[in-house]
Design a protein around this ligand. Structure first.
Ligand SMILES: *Cc1c(COP(=O)(O)O)cnc(C)c1O
Ligand code: SF4
Length: 335
């Protein structure tokens, strides 16, 4: 969802860059030298889930190519309006897992905070595209309820900041949240699920690096890169700065038809990530959210592809292929 810029605090440069993100189809087509006739898009597609993409990301898309793998991740198309049975607005049981607003506790020892509904980019296959963010974000008032929930459960050793994208929040807001988490003695680890170091590398600035290097919590950042073209020089620099703070960098991808469903692309992705100090973590089968069926790959094809990448890469460069199943105690490996 687009960010509403705060009027009261001065904006840092990444916030200004984010405010200038592309939200209009004609602007996108013009920048990418594409013709409306080359794509099939109905304005209705963007009313529920708008077009939203940063220029840092757009700059990596090949001009004039309607099938560019990065473009396809963000371009609203008519296929999203087609109804398919089995694709729902709540594909992974998130609505049932909410204990206090904005807090999802599905798995042992770790829980996830929906810190914001805001993102730097709207990914068309996003499984939370229909998530009712209103009333389910950790605003200041509900943050305390989440902190109390964690305090009462000594078995929780890790907190995951998710969203939306947590790095859309200001460093003042994030560092105060993390300071409260640090006060809970049984918490050991902090994890941040974010796409911003890739979609907006300027987000990795000194205020962010400062609180990341200072936290007592062992911190990992799980990026979300689906295609090797998403990694350019600016991203490499941002990732290097993050690594220098001592955080561990991991990546999760979604297997997407027409975007990264090839042996070559997935092998290249793992290798490029590792060149940047990032280890592949999960390769998710698509969560069956309404409007995303055209990205889905049959499970048998996914298995075959996975076998091929395992035959090419060292084990540590092979992400675990998983499918999220409602009610399961972990993300289920697909073997
Ligand atoms: C995916 C997810 C996690 C993280 O699972 P890991 O296997 O630890 O990466 C935690 N909580 C929720 C609600 C999740 O959806
Ligand atoms: S996949 Fe992540 S970055 Fe993309 S829209 Fe969904 S929450 Fe935002």
């Amino acid at each position: 969802m687009p960010l509403t810029a705060s009027q009261t605090t001065p904006q840092t440069s990444w916030q200004q860059e984010l405010a200038k993100a592309c939200r209009q189809l004609p602007e996108l087509l013009n920048y990418l030298e594409l013709d409306l006739k080359q794509i099939s898009v109905n304005p209705q597609v963007t009313t529920k889930f708008p077009l939203h993409v940063t220029y840092a990301y757009l700059s990596r898309i090949e001009k004039g190519n309607p099938n560019d793998p990065l473009l396809r991740q963000i371009l609203p198309i008519d296929d999203e309006l087609v109804f398919h049975p089995g694709y729902t607005t709540n594909p992974v049981g998130d609505l049932e897992a909410g204990q206090t607003p904005g807090l999802l506790h599905k798995y042992h020892g770790r829980l996830l905070l929906i810190t914001t509904g805001g993102c730097s980019i709207n990914c068309r296959y996003c499984f939370r595209r229909e998530y009712p963010y209103n009333g389910n974000q950790t605003s200041k008032s509900v943050e305390q309820a989440a902190i109390n929930y964690i305090k009462q459960r000594p078995e929780i050793s890790e907190v995951i900041l998710s969203g939306g994208d947590p790095l859309i929040l200001s460093d003042a807001r994030l560092s105060s949240m993390v300071a409260k988490l640090e006060e809970i003695p049984h918490l050991k680890r902090l994890r941040i699920h974010t796409r911003l170091p890739v979609t907006l590398p300027s987000r990795v600035d000194s205020p962010l690096l400062k609180w990341l290097s200072r936290t007592r919590l062992t911190t990992s950042i799980v990026l979300h890169v689906n295609h090797p073209n998403e990694l350019d020089g600016a991203v490499s620099e941002a990732l290097l700065l993050l690594r220098q703070t001592g955080v561990i960098l991991l990546n999760q991808s979604v297997l997407l038809k027409g975007i990264n469903d090839s042996e070559l692309t997935l092998c290249e992705l793992s290798e490029s990530l590792f060149q940047n100090g990032v280890l592949p973590y999960y390769l998710h089968l698509l969560d069956k959210v309404s409007g995303s069926q055209h990205f889905d790959l049959p499970e048998a094809d996914a298995r075959l592809l996975y076998h091929k990448i395992r035959s090419k890469l060292p084990g540590y460069l092979v992400p675990t292929l998983v499918r999220e199943r409602s009610g399961f105690p972990y993300k289920s490996p697909v073997l």
